[in-house]
Design a protein around this ligand. Structure first.
Ligand code: NAD
Ligand code: DAU
Length: 348
């Protein structure tokens, strides 16, 4: 048996990774360490709760003593580190929280892993999950490749860039067995509805205004979350130590075209007249420092590890819409309480 620590497993991407690893690797014990912030939700993992190879541990990666004790208790063989503050808008209103979790939290995990492994790194892996936002913003042309210079422009992306640098520094300085991946925008089930796609689905359902920032011309490269989890699996197991892999969907959309596609899909599903939901589109004040375009060149992971997205955007988006419509209770639960206060402040 191997013991694998997954941080942030109660969040959007983390919950898909926990489920995939439990299903695919009967020889793994999985420990999910999560603080359960507003974004972490144990309902995301209800289906695996009673699996004897799964342990949930509530805790804060910023708490150094707690992290050291956890590593001492469990003697992990590998770490997949996803825990983070992940929403750009929140980083604009509260940057310090992002430095604590994303930077201090990451160095606490690196130190605890190094101490517990006592500099004997054979068969060990520390895998840090990062974002394409560290590369900055593209113009109309070009793609982010693994050695595109870092140019983060929001407190969120700066904190992720900082943690990436620390992870690389531990590889070069201490020989830590690290891997990093930088992925584009994910979509799919269990995503907190502060992010574009679930927020729009929720508002369309409720016939509320659809807040599009600026002119809606910013471009994002969308990837199905299950495909990101598959990429994390192949990198964790087969990626080279010390290397970075870019992960993307080769699937660029302007925000406005994407919102219109969602409106058409939802009108069909909800049996509304075509065009009804589009009338809800409302252009609102732009995000401060809003990055114009992200686009990933995922050639390296395809050529070296044989990974490619498994489904088209149209199919993935339709499945995603269906999931949110079927799981009304989930949406109700996560949008009660804290969400209301956040929403009023953000979109006032
Ligand atoms: P999320 O916000 O849905 O989940 C983050 C999880 O981390 C939550 O369960 C939360 O409770 C937990 N967490 C937060 N602070 C913590 C702390 N101090 N200690 C322990 N747990 C804590 O995020 P996500 O969208 O699933 O993103 C996961 C990771 O993937 C992040 O590192 C993010 O930067 C990266 N990423 C996300 C995307 C995307 O499109 N969502 C794309 C590329 C990379
Ligand atoms: O690129 C990867 C990143 O993708 C991840 O690292 C982040 O964790 C994740 O949150 C995501 O960041 P974005 O800022 O791109 O995602 P978000 O869903 O917040 O916004 C997508 C686009 O939609 C962006 O251009 C801003 C715009 N937007 C967003 C919201 C919430 C709107 O126009 N209106 C909105 O209400």
């Amino acid at each position: 048996m191997k013991k694998i620590l997954i941080t942030g497993g109660a969040g959007f991407i983390g919950s898909h990774v926990v489920r995939l690893f439990l299903q695919k690797y009967p020889e793994y014990d999985i420990v999910n360490l999560d603080k359960l912030t507003y974004a972490g939700n144990l309902e995301n993992l209800q289906d695996v709760e009673s699996n004897p190879r799964y342990t949930f541990c509530k805790g804060d990666i910023v708490d150094e003593r707690f992290v050291v004790n956890l590593f001492e208790e469990h003697q992990f063989d590998g770490v997949v580190h996803l825990a983070a503050e992940s929403h750009v808008d929140r980083s604009i209103s509260n940057p310090t929280e992002f430095i604590k979790t994303n930077v201090i939290g990451t160095i606490n995990l690196l130190n605890a892993a190094r101490n517990s492994w006592k500099d004997n790194f054979e068969d060990k892996v520390f895998y840090h999950i990062s974002t394409d936002e560290v590369y900055g913003s593209l113009g109309k042309e070009g793609f982010f490749v693994e050695d595109t210079p870092y140019d983060p422009r929001s407190p969120y992306s700066s904190s992720k860039a900082s943690s990436d640098h620390l992870v690389r520094a531990y590889f070069h300085t201490y020989g830590m067995p690290v891997k990093i991946s930088n992925c584009s925008n994910n979509y799919g089930s269990h995503q907190f509805p502060e992010k574009l796609i679930p927020l729009m689905i929720h508002n369309i359902k409720q016939k509320k205004p659809l807040p599009v920032y600026g002119e809606g011309l910013n471009i994002r490269d969308w990837l199905w979350v299950n495909d990101h989890a598959r990429a994390i699996d192949v990198i964790f197991h087969n990626g080279k130590l010390g290397e970075t892999y870019n992960i993307g969907g080769n699937n660029e959309w302007t925000n406005i075209d994407l919102v219109k596609l969602l409106c058409r899909t939802m009108d069909k599903k909800l049996k509304r007249e075509q065009g009804e939901s589009e009338k809800l589109i409302t252009y609102v004040k732009d995000r401060a420092g809003h990055d114009m375009r992200y686009a990933i060149d995922a050639t390296k992971i395809k050529n070296e590890l044989g990974w490619e997205p498994s489904i088209t955007f149209e199919v993935g988006l339709e499945q995603t819409v269906e999931w949110y419509l079927k799981n009304e209770d989930w949406l109700e639960n996560v949008t009660s309480g804290e969400y209301q206060k956040y929403y009023e402040k953000q979109y006032k």
